[in-house]
Design a protein around this ligand. Structure first.
Ligand code: PMP
Length: 366
């Protein structure tokens, strides 16, 4: 195979995938070994796909130590559809759901839930431009709430929970789109975890939902009122094969899971991710030329947000870094500045190259 030049991809998602996974897809794309057909051509009811999906699920269960009593679903519609599915299935009339508003993605989830049922914002840091997450002491939780919704990592603002909020016996629902499988995860403390695959575990097109059986039962109770395709119970009963699933995305996700397992497991992946982020934060904090935009205690290990003294200088930084083969560093338009997304497949060498670039930029512009 000819050597192909790849640049460093700091995009927030879809994001960098492990090179060995891309190479395997390329090698097997025309004909899966022993099958003689492309993964793009096979039936979702074939034995081949059945085992691809079963293995992907088994690998997720092993890698994240998913306890018995949870279903792993492969759905479509992105995390954004979960903003609607969660309340449609789990928020009955007369009940209230608590939402922790810690960033732009939490706010989006709230907007959708409000269309369906009664929502209480348990705490919000919007007035601080979401530079930090609400603290435990700030949470005003509703006794007997249908669930509490949180966003484990705020992709846009660059904040991440170090510890899960305490919510007592109320089911905890987490949008883990931008940090799933990036560090040890106590599934048992959640009732439902959802995430689009396109940051830490695969290409766009598949959404993973890990849901506790009692919530599947709750969604079964509203089967007649919720559209079939939006009903967790339907997908759980049909092992994610109620209709045609995103076959290719599930296949690619399965390969990423195998790559992650080969990295030594979730704890090892978590250590590498923390090291990558801390290397970059250390550079941001070194002289004051760069400024981190999130409060230190809540800094994300996935999306590192920072800026320079002026928006002008930010612009030059983005232009020059892009030209140097460091792609995708422009921050989200609502925050400005820069954002370096360092998901699972982002190589440590890329962080070193960015740090070198930052030092050189500071020497020239500081
Ligand atoms: N939640 C979070 C935390 C996200 O980062 C994103 C995507 N960037 C979404 C939800 C929306 O995901 P999707 O595009 O898969 O609908």
């Amino acid at each position: 195979m000819a050597t192909i030049h790849r640049i460093y991809n700091f995009a927030a998602g879809p994001a960098v995938l492990p090179l060995p996974v891309l190479e395997e897809i390329q090698r097997d794309l025309v004909a899966l070994p022993g099958v003689g057909m492309s993964v793009l051509e096979i039936s979702h009811r074939s034995k081949t796909f059945e085992s691809i999906m079963a293995e992907a699920e088994a690998d997720i269960r092993a890698f994240a130590a998913v306890p018995a009593g949870y279903k792993v679903l492969f759905l479509q519609g992105g995390a954004s559809l979960q903003f609607s599915m969660v309340p449609a299935n789990l928020l009955p009339e007369g009940a209230t759901a608590d939402y922790i508003d810690g960033g732009s993605w939490g706010e989006k989830a709230i907007q959708e839930a409000r269309k369906i049922g009664a929502v209480k914002v348990a705490a919000s840091t919007k007035s601080e431009r979401y530079a930090r997450l609400p603290t435990q002491a700030e949470l005003e939780l509703t006794p007997g709430a249908a669930y509490v919704h949180m966003t484990s990592n705020q992709t846009i603002e660059g904040t991440q929970y170090r510890q899960l909020p305490e919510v007592g016996d109320v089911p905890l629902v987490s949008d883990a789109s931008s940090d799933i499988f990036s560090r040890p995860l106590d599934v048992a403390r959640h009732a439902l975890i959802y995430a689009g695959a396109q940051k830490n575990m695969g290409p766009a097109g598949v959404t993973v939902v890990i849901i506790r059986d009692d919530l599947v039962a709750r969604s079964a109770a509203c089967r007649s009122s919720v559209p079939t395709m939006l009903n967790y119970a339907v997908h759980a009963e049909n092992q994610s094969l109620y209709n045609t699933p995103p076959v290719f995305a599930v296949y690619a996700l399965g390969l990423v899971m195998k790559w992650l397992i080969a990295q030594g497991g979730l704890a090892a992946v978590g250590r590498t991710n923390e090291r990558k982020a801390q290397t970059l934060y250390a550079e941001i904090d070194r002289t004051g030329f760069y400024r981190g935009t999130a409060h230190r205690a809540d800094r994300s290990f996935m999306n590192v947000t920072f800026r320079l003294a002026t928006a002008e200088l930010d612009k030059v930084f983005v232009q020059e870094s892009t030209a140097a083969g460091l792609d995708g560093l422009k921050g989200h338009r609502s925050v400005g500045g820069m954002r370096a997304s360092l998901y699972n497949a982002f190589p440590e060498s890329g962080v070193d190259v960015l740090v070198d670039f930052m030092r050189d930029f500071e020497r020239r512009r500081g």
